[in-house]
Design a protein around this ligand. Structure first.
Ligand code: ATP
Length: 389
């Protein structure tokens, strides 16, 4: 394609269309590239202009997400197409994902056998295995971040999205974080211990890992590179129950740390032993004991070795009634959080306006470095670098 001037703004190059979704720090809109007519998703993220400000994300954090997305090229991972930035906002032009969330797609089905569910898990594992081979851990694998490229096709393609918490694990650098979503989080996160790609697969080290153990090369320590959250997602998919869910976040985190869970017959009566074994090998406390994503891909539940194993899978099924109930509750909680987040944002915005007024009155002659809360920041956005393929 012909080179595009670096100073082009997002609206010159893309027409911004309807909203597709929203996150904590911005919205995602459908957009159309003016030069090609191709559709993408434009994710705008407000960036903090001052350290300590409560509005927006640290620029470094968004830049990290961009660096990671630029590095990943896999059919099961959402692609970054283009990037625009101003002092107040960044806009990521992403591959457009049409099919909605995997869990919503499954909840619409009357019945689903394990055999029909496994291809979805297999694609998640392929994406995760690839990202771990690039030494990238997602750290936020949960149903909201597992989407379908298109749903009205015989074999929908999985796309893993939202690399906002993802990290490139550098050798010799211990990475710790307190971020994540309680029911999908691994115990090492709760304990604020060193994290690895095994956190994506899950279960806690009881002692802090040494530097050498914490960020090993995938090839040297392949076991330390799978997500616990894949185990949690599989458990929920089969039963409609969340293994560590408590009444409150604190209770959920306590359950995660104690590591206790069971396969209650009431919910798992239609589940095969192979599927339970698969989950058991992921929900292990020691990260080093968990299967890696590549090991998961050759587990007999994902890849049966005999006709007998394949038959077990096709005769076992998802607990659809309970799964639908879980999904409806999950959606309700998400919209509830969104409403609370919006009202917090409105409050913050009011506070900012009030503060701005006060500052304007007091410091009329001084240069102000307050937040940009109005105007059209998108118009100031400039393309960072053409990264189209
Ligand atoms: P969070 O607050 O959960 O971290 P976020 O601000 O990082 O969210 P995303 O999770 O990346 O934002 O996107 C928010 C929502 O926008 C998604 O749940 C999804 O519904 C929609 N979305 C994101 N990316 C795309 C895409 N490429 N194509 C279509 N829809 C998308």
């Amino acid at each position: 394609p012909a080179p595009i001037p670096l100073s082009s703004s997002v609206e010159e190059l893309y027409e911004l269309l309807e909203q597709l979704g929203s996150g904590h720090f911005g919205v995602v809109r459908r957009c159309q590239e003016r030069s090609t007519g191709a559709f993408y998703a434009a994710k705008s993220v407000k960036v903090r202009r001052r350290k300590g400000s409560r509005l927006g994300l640290d620029r470094q954090q968004v830049e990290r997400e961009v660096r990671i997305l630029r590095q990943l090229r896999h059919p099961n991972i959402m692609r970054l197409h283009d990037l625009f930035a101003s002092t107040a906002e960044m806009v990521l032009i992403l591959e457009l994902i049409h099919g909605g969330e995997l869990f919503d797609f499954i909840a619409e089905k009357e019945t689903l056998t394990e055999e029909e569910a496994v291809p979805f898990l297999k694609q998640i594992l392929l994406g995760v295995s690839y990202m771990h081979s690039c030494r990238i851990a997602h750290f936020d694998l949960k149903p909201e971040n597992i989407m379908l490229f298109q749903k009205d096709v015989p074999h929908p393609t999985i796309k893993i999205i939202d690399f906002g918490l993802a990290q490139k694990l550098e050798e010799g650098v211990t990475f710790k974080s307190l971020c994540g979503t309680p029911q999908y989080i691994a115990p090492e996160v709760v304990h604020y211990e060193a994290l690895s790609t095994a956190t994506d697969m899950w279960r806690v080290p009881l002692r802090p890992l040494s530097r050498a153990e914490a960020v090993p090369a995938v090839a040297q320590h392949p076991r330390v590179f799978l997500p616990r959250s894949v185990g949690v997602i599989t458990y929920i998919l089969l039963s409609g129950m969340s293994p560590f869910q408590g009444e409150t976040d604190a209770e959920t985190l306590a359950n995660v740390v104690s590591g206790n869970y069971e396969f209650e017959e009431k919910y798992f009566s239609q589940t095969s032993e192979m599927a339970k074994d698969f989950i058991r090998q992921l929900l292990l406390k020691e990260p080093g004991d968990r299967m890696t994503a590549s090991e998961c891909l050759v587990h007999s539940w994902i890849k049966p070795l005999s006709r007998k194993q394949a038959t077990h899978r096709s005769r076992s099924s998802i607990n659809m009634k309970n799964f639908r109930r879980f999904n409806a509750r999950r959606k309700w909680k998400l919209s509830f959080h969104m409403v609370s987040a919006c009202s917090r944002l409105c409050q913050l915005s009011r506070l900012c306006q009030q503060r701005r007024k006060e500052e304007e009155e007091n410091l009329r002659d001084c240069e102000s470095d307050q937040e940009e809360t109005s105007g059209s920041p998108v118009a100031l956005l400039h393309r960072q670098r053409s990264i189209s393929s």
